[in-house]
Design a protein. Structure first.
Length: 481
């Protein structure tokens, strides 16, 4: 850092926080064209298509099971995702999925900073869509700024009304699509349109409509800067070798107009490529100036790169004055050293292997899990009862889970105690469990035994012969001492 010239912007030496006085003002970004703008369009189309189309995809499961590919079925207590079915007792899979998503987000941050925020975050996607509507109705940045302070007239009132009507329609579509993930989508959609849906469905549509309308229409960059916790973590996890949007100040400074730069070069004095046109600032959806250095509010969308490249092309100067570049290479540029991009490095490799390992463990666990489960819970009070013949009796609650689509019969047995007797209370030794259901039974085990002894309960499918087991302890009246 000793050789890095930061005299013109001292805050460039660290990850800078935006000034509240600037960020608090409403940002009116200008449209821009370029490769990153096209990538954002593609990402937005993919994200919106997945969100709106996914609940209508079908997946045949048979056995009276719902045929919706992705469904959060609260009535049955199930989560369906194509061929995967998650029961409430398997919530640890959802926990694993959240951990996996967190690891992927951290890995993306190590590779390219807040690239998720710039392209795939729902707040960015819907804000981008609302901005598109705003530009289509009211015009680009210059026109909108003129109209913002101009007196209202009939045309202006109609423009404002049309814009908000489209915003509300999009927000209602967003809320409506969300509730379709919790019931049969075609049926619920028809009920929503005809007014036959439940009050709870309309309530959730209303909540999500209002949040989408507020966050994407008004809060916008405030969410990405102050409300979201992810930028708050950037100061701790910011990686100087990640490919984030950076300004090559060693090439752009000192700034000046085209004429001034030509005069300086003619005199043999240094002149930068930056003409201080502020295009990078006007297109930024967050309203920051990337030339002031790394900023935790930057969502790495690359629109400023497109704007700057367009100006450089028109001036006949090399592109890339603002680009996806590692901060370490900005420092090397000041030292006139060759840049080195290290996307593959110990940190990204370690995170990548962690993601693969966790995904592999979850995949293997899902593929090997049984469609039946057995649990046994020992009675707490009393722990043991002494019978008239001197034997000790323990009580257990045995629960059978039948995750298949057909009724199944299980033969209950117990091993681990010699000459022990097993009594299934109010049931036969063969217990029938309905499809996609659970059943609890009371089991009593009697034996002549002192202390603590492990016991194993087994449930054998009478049709297939498959066995499931559950372990517990048999204890005497002295508490197993």
């Amino acid at each position: 850092m000793a050789t890095l010239d930061i005299s013109f912007k001292p805050e460039r030496a660290h990850l800078r926080k935006p000034k509240r006085g600037v960020i608090a003002e409403k940002v009116v970004p200008q449209s821009v064209s370029g490769r990153y703008r096209r990538l954002k369009w593609m990402a937005r189309i993919v994200c919106l298509s997945v969100y709106y189309i996914l609940p209508f995809l079908r997946w045949t499961r048979g056995g009276g099971q719902p045929d919706q590919a992705v469904l959060f079925d609260f009535e049955r207590g199930r989560l369906y995702f194509f061929f995967i079915e998650i029961w409430p007792q398997e919530v640890y899979y959802l926990t694993g999925l959240l951990v996996l998503a967190t690891l992927i987000l951290i890995w993306l941050n190590a590779v390219a900073g807040r690239i998720w925020c710039g392209y795939f975050c729902p707040q960015t996607v819907w804000t981008d869509l609302f901005l598109f509507v705003e530009r289509w109705v009211e015009g680009d940045r210059r026109e909108r700024l003129k109209k913002r302070d101009a007196p209202l007239n009939t045309r202006r009132v109609m423009e404002i009304g049309l814009k908000h009507a489209i915003w509300i329609a999009i927000a209602m579509g967003t809320g409506g699509a969300f509730v379709l993930y919790f019931a049969d989508a075609p049926t619920l959609l028809s009920e929503l349109v005809t007014g036959e849906a439940s009050v709870l469905s309309y309530a959730w549509v209303g909540i999500l409509t209002s949040t989408t309308y507020t966050l994407a229409g008004f809060a916008r960059e405030q969410v990405c800067t102050w409300m979201c916790p992810w930028p708050r973590l950037q100061g701790a996890i910011w990686d100087p070798e990640a490919l984030t949007v950076n300004y090559r100040d060693y090439r752009g400074e000192p700034r000046g107009s085209v004429k001034k730069a030509a005069d300086l070069r003619a005199k043999g004095e240094p002149a930068g490529d930056c003409v201080d046109c502020l295009q990078c600032v006007t297109v930024c959806p967050i309203g920051i100036d990337i030339r002031e250095g790394p900023n935790f509010a930057c969502i790495n969308c690359g629109l400023c790169v497109d704007a700057c490249d367009g100006v450089m092309t028109k001036l006949g100067r090399p592109r890339g004055l603002i680009d996806y570049e590692a901060w370490t290479n900005i420092q090397r540029g000041h030292r006139k050293e060759e840049p080195r991009r290290r996307v593959i490095r110990p940190k990204t490799i370690g995170l990548g292997l962690s993601i693969i390992a966790l995904a592999g463990v979850m995949g293997v666990s899902l593929s090997l899990r049984s469609d039946a489960k057995l649990t046994a819970i020992h009675d707490r009070n009393p722990v043991a009862v002494t019978l008239s013949d001197g034997r000790t009796r323990n009580g257990y609650t045995v629960r059978l889970y039948n995750k298949s689509g057909e009724a199944r019969s299980f033969a209950i047995a117990m091993t681990g105690l010699p000459e022990a007797t097993l009594d299934v209370v109010e049931e036969d030794a063969v217990v029938q469990v309905e499809p996609d259901a659970t059943r609890e039974i009371r089991v009593l085990v009697s034996a002549e035994a002192d202390g603590r002894h492990p016991v194993v309960f087994t449930a054998t499918d009478t049709k297939t012969g498959n066995r499931i087991v559950a372990e517990d302890m048999f204890m005497s009246n002295d508490g197993g001492r």
